[in-house]
Design a protein around this ligand. Structure first.
Ligand SMILES: [Zn+2]
Length: 157
């Protein structure tokens, strides 16, 4: 998924869960903010590594048990990983979901594209169309709620 879609998903999760949006968005952004620079710098050979590993929940779950803020960060992070799994499955690469097990396991044929090349590769794929439908649905809800007379707190005005 595109980075901005992860942020939009965090906003929707925040609205549905009534958890604070900023830590949700931080959790949803962090996997890419960790892994893309590491991949670009050549520290790791993949763009889905540390931040996209389900092993991060060994840290996030205890934080979630400790505070509402931790719940929001963990839920935002989980939404990112879920949408990335949906993305690779929709695009016919379910084996790439092994990134969740990094470094214990990984796909035998990882995509390994840097961010700009990834966007060019990604356009017009099934996942891209899925993402476009999500954005249209969000736009429809936004317009519908504005016509109803307002948005919930934190959704702009
Ligand atoms: Zn990602």
């Amino acid at each position: 998924m595109l980075f901005v879609t992860h942020l939009a998903a965090a906003a929707v999760v925040g609205r549905l869960s009534r958890l604070p949006t900023v830590p949700l968005a931080a959790g949803a952004a962090t996997p890419d903010l960790i892994d893309k620079p590491l991949g670009a710098a050549g520290v790791v050979e993949l763009y889905h590594s540390i931040g996209h590993s389900a092993l991060v929940f060994a840290v996030l779950v205890p934080l979630a048990l400790y505070s509402r803020l931790g719940v929001a960060v963990a839920l935002g992070w989980a939404s990112h990983l879920l949408f990335d799994v949906v993305h690779v499955v929709l695009n016919g690469r379910p084996g790439h979901a092994l990134f969740l097990l990094w470094p214990l396991a990984r796909s035998s044929d990882p995509l390994g594209l840097p961010p700009v090349a990834f966007v060019r590769h990604y356009l017009w794929t099934p996942s891209f169309y899925f993402e476009a439908v999500l954005w249209l649905a969000l736009l429809a809800v936004f317009i519908w709620e504005r016509r109803r007379g307002g948005l919930a707190p934190g959704m702009g005005g």
